[in-house]
Design a binder for this molecule. Sequence first.
Ligand code: MN
Ligand code: MN
Length: 276
Amino acid sequence: MNKFACAQTGYDSAEYVILGVPFDKTSSFRPGAADGPEEVRRASYCFEPYMMEYDISLSDMYIHDKGNLSEHDDVEDMGDELRSVVTDIMEKNKFPIVIGGEHSLSPYAVSAFEDVHVIILDAHLDYRDTYEGLKRSHATPTRRISELPIRGLNVLGVRSLSQDVSMIERPPYLTSQDILKNPDVIDEICEKINGERVYLSIDMDVFDPSYAPGVGNPEPYGLEPIVCKRIIGKLSDHLVGVDIVETCPHFDHGGITSNLAARLIYDVIGSKAAAD
Ligand code: MN
Ligand code: MN
């Protein structure tokens, strides 16, 4: 298996730890996200290590690629292993970057942290209590995260939600149109959570399918990648962990989705390093 580009540091001395989660067992529409980590690593070699916008080279960063989590059939088994691996990364003051895999992994990764504010970028609110009989599913991560002892939660880029979720119980969210009409709403949210530690979960379907066709549930009218780059830049100072999920290579075209996912990881590391 390829390592992520520039991941040449041992675990003990690393500041950033890349971890793949090849899990897509609850996918409903089109599975394949289990192959996401491999493809995102492959795509990571596309780019120049030097990022001009941050004046930082990825090759100067202390990055370790921990490889993939074991393959599991059961979502709870996957989650137990993920929580313990992310807890170890967090306790050693390293920064976890989790590559999915489907979105069901995020609540387990978040549960390794205490007192974090969670920002989720997603076309879908993912707020059902159960989906196809499962509490832990790619369709329920926002709900499961909201049940954790977190400081707060915002979902950005939403343009699809289940009718079962009433207005009153919905978590705070902005639609993709809210953001496209007024990009400053992002600044308002970032200002509100200023000072808090932030965990960021990026479901690749938050992007317009023209930018990210290789996802399980593509949804038109999505965000442009540059908007997400801006959000990462705004939050970078406060980020404690990130996951980038739902890249589904079988439905990708020319590697455009895995390419974007890999570049987002560059941006997370570059903007964090520049903020230090
Ligand atoms: Mn999702
Ligand atoms: Mn989604």
